[in-house]
Ligand binder design. Structure first.
Ligand SMILES: C[S@@+](CC[C@H](N)C(=O)[O-])C[C@H]1O[C@@H](n2cnc3c(N)ncnc32)[C@H](O)[C@@H]1O
Length: 245
């Protein structure tokens, strides 16, 4: 059984090992965000099972854990395929624990995380010697009153802030960060559908984020490095000579 990172979306950003294991698998249990182009690398006779959780959706983590154990015990080659890196906000750690408790060995294949690939695909270096010496990656999923994330500490850290799963709660996140002392005019960028043909970039200031025309899946980048954002894909296309040119 393998727990495999599928990277941010572009199939060419899969690791060679991930591509090989997907091609060899009898069963692929995949998240909702794994792109059809990546799933197309599986054998035509492989079972592709979408175990992605949707808001109000059918698969609880408990059911998913049972499915994992069931398939792992089937004797078939099983790949659990997760977006980005399996150990960054992907509950990969919990799934490995469940498998270990069931006595099932699981190999881990790291993936390129959207937290780094998203900014990079928009031309944003998350660290830069002149402006950001540190980067913090945080989930915005639980930005409510009972949020376990200490946003006032996060707001005081300096460096670059990368927020995943934060689009829906961005207004609350901005309020918490500004209350913590982060300047309302701090540069911000949002990279949506990063590394896919649907990639789109929004740039502005922290205070403009609540009203920004943005959608999930997206990575929010807050900090001076956000000013580096540009449509890198368009730039590459503009500088690519036609093959017959
Ligand atoms: C459950 S987390 C999983 C993160 C994943 N393990 C990783 O390393 O990228 C899902 C969040 O990742 C971010 N994300 C994943 N793929 C993305 C993409 N192609 N473009 C922008 N954000 C993405 C979004 O913030 C999304 O809500």
């Amino acid at each position: 059984m393998w727990l495999v990172g599928a990277g941010p979306g572009d199939p060419e950003l899969l690791t060679l090992k991930a591509a090989r294991l997907i091609a060899e698998a009898d069963v692929v249990l995949h998240d909702r965000l794994v792109s059809p182009e990546i799933l197309a690398l599986a054998r035509p006779d492989a079972d592709l099972i979408d175990v992605g959780k949707r808001p109000g959706g059918s698969h609880t983590q408990g059911v998913l854990n049972e499915l994992l154990v069931l398939h792992a015990r089937s004797g078939r080659r099983v790949v659990r395929l997760k977006g980005g890196d399996p150990f960054l906000f992907g509950r990969g750690g919990e799934e490995v624990e469940v498998l270990a408790e069931a006595g099932i060995e699981c190999g881990i294949v790291p993936g390129i995380s959207s937290s780094l690939a998203g900014p990079a695909a928009a031309g944003i270096p998350v660290t830069h010697r002149q402006v950001a010496r540190a980067v913090t990656i945080v989930t915005g999923h639980e930005a409510t009153d009972s949020d376990p994330v200490d946003w006032s500490a996060v707001g005081r850290l300096g460096g670059t802030l990368v927020v995943l799963m934060g689009i829906e709660r961005r207004a609350a996140i901005v309020t918490k960060l500004v209350d913590a002392g982060l300047a309302a005019d701090t540069p911000a960028a949002v990279v949506m559908h990063a590394t896919t043909p649907r990639q789109r970039i929004w740039t502005g200031r922290l205070e403009q984020l609540p009203e920004a025309d943005v959608e999930s899946p997206a990575v929010m980048v807050i900090g001076a490095v956000a000013t580096f954002a540009h449509d890198a894909a368009a730039l590459v296309a503009a500088h690519t000579l036609p093959l017959d040119g």
